[in-house]
Design a binder for this molecule. Structure first.
Ligand code: AKG
Ligand code: FE2
Length: 352
């Protein structure tokens, strides 16, 4: 079980501050809170979210994830996500790259598809170990539903601020369409002190919105206002939310998909296992990733102001997502170009 008692995040290392957004105020359509969310989403693309109402579901998911990680490796590998760009299932430590040199990651994770959680006892994408299957209706589905509620509320706010006709962003993320939406539970093992091996390499998230929960430090962002990586300090019961590539593309770059990575926890925390839990909202598989210029003059103006950027990928969410997953797998590596093929909207190749 993830340690509930651990050393505090050190107070002598630089961190990047995030705005704290109150979900209760967002739900009440508080104009000032919506302004603050907009500021966070357009300047950095990351923010803390408090009062998100998923605290209990998150705690249960951490416990279940820990149990699922204790299954024998041989059993876990029966549910491996594979190397063809599928996401759902298990990913062993060391099977993804963290950079162009082919250095291996240190995290293992389980991805559980939203469609599978909602369709239980049927399966849309794949099957899972009995432990996860058994807990699908009682633990996983409630977490998925709470996460969907949070992300749909936020998408609705962005929809209005982007000047899109009501329901536009919602229609790009239909609950019933097969998609890459998934819950992920991640374990990074303790590292020798000062070992800076990357758990997850520098990346932007692939989809639209990520709803992240972690207890130990290790997440870092490369903020547009800084040329160094900075830790994001976990706050108890605060989720960390961020925007991914799909939403950045739909909005013509108005919403920011920011680079981040995972290092071992800093200071004395490095002696502990690091656990994190994410729910990723991603567009329906059939949706094409392109700026919604016809639907919003605000987005059209943004695209015109960034002629150097391509906001028409001519790619469906399904293909975008499969490409990014496939080419970060070590087994698919031919050379540095494989890593480059896995990249999304990451703007600054020097930082990759
Ligand atoms: O573990 C974390 O804090 C972040 C995980 C992450 O960035 C990801 O899974 O995409
Ligand atoms: Fe991420």
């Amino acid at each position: 079980m993830p340690a509930l008692v651990h050393p505090p995040f050190p107070d002598n290392i630089p961190t990047h501050p995030l705005l704290v957004i109150d979900f209760a105020l967002l739900k009440a359509k508080d104009p000032q809170e919506i302004d603050r969310l907009w500021e966070a989403a357009t300047k950095l693309g990351f923010w803390y979210l408090k009062n998100h109402e998923a605290e209990e579901e998150v705690a249960k998911m951490f416990d279940l994830g820990a149990e699922a990680m204790l299954l024998p490796l041989e059993e876990k590998l029966k549910f491996d996500q594979g190397i063809d760009g599928s996401s759902a299932g298990y990913k062993a430590a060391g099977s993804n790259m963290v950079d162009a040199s082919g250095e291996k990651d240190t995290v293992e994770f389980w991805n559980i598809s939203k469609n599978d959680a909602l369709a239980w006892p049927s399966h849309v994408h794949r099957t899972y170990p009995e432990l996860l299957d058994r807990n699908m209706p009682t633990i996983i589905r409630p977490f998925v539903q709470k996460s969907l509620n949070v992300n749909e509320t936020i998408l609705g706010i962005f929809n209005d601020r982007l000047g899109l006709p009501k329901g536009t962003l919602e229609s790009l993320h239909p609950v019933e369409e097969p998609s890459g939406c998934e819950a992920r539970i991640i374990k990074n093992p303790p590292m020798p002190h000062n070992d800076q091996k990357r758990g997850i390499g520098a990346h932007t998230d692939f989809g639209s919105l990520s709803f992240l929960h972690n207890r130990l430090g290790g997440l870092q962002v490369l903020a547009p206002t800084s040329d160094t990586w900075q830790y994001v300090k976990p706050l108890p019961d605060h989720a960390i939310c961020n925007i991914g590539d799909a939403l950045s593309i739909f909005s013509g770059g108005i919403l920011r998909s920011n680079m981040h990575r995972v290092l071992p926890p800093p200071g004395a925390q490095s002696a502990y296992e690091r656990w994190s839990l994410v729910f990723f909202t991603r567009p329906g598989n059939s949706k094409v990733l392109r700026a919604l210029v016809e639907a919003s003059p605000i987005i059209a103006t943004s695209v015109t102001s960034k002629p150097e950027k391509n906001f028409d990928t001519e790619t469906t969410a399904k293909d975008w997502f499969a490409r990014r997953i496939k080419y970060q797998r070590v087994a698919n590596r031919k050379g540095p170009e494989t890593w480059m093929s896995s990249r999304g909207t990451e703007a600054d190749p020097a930082a990759i």
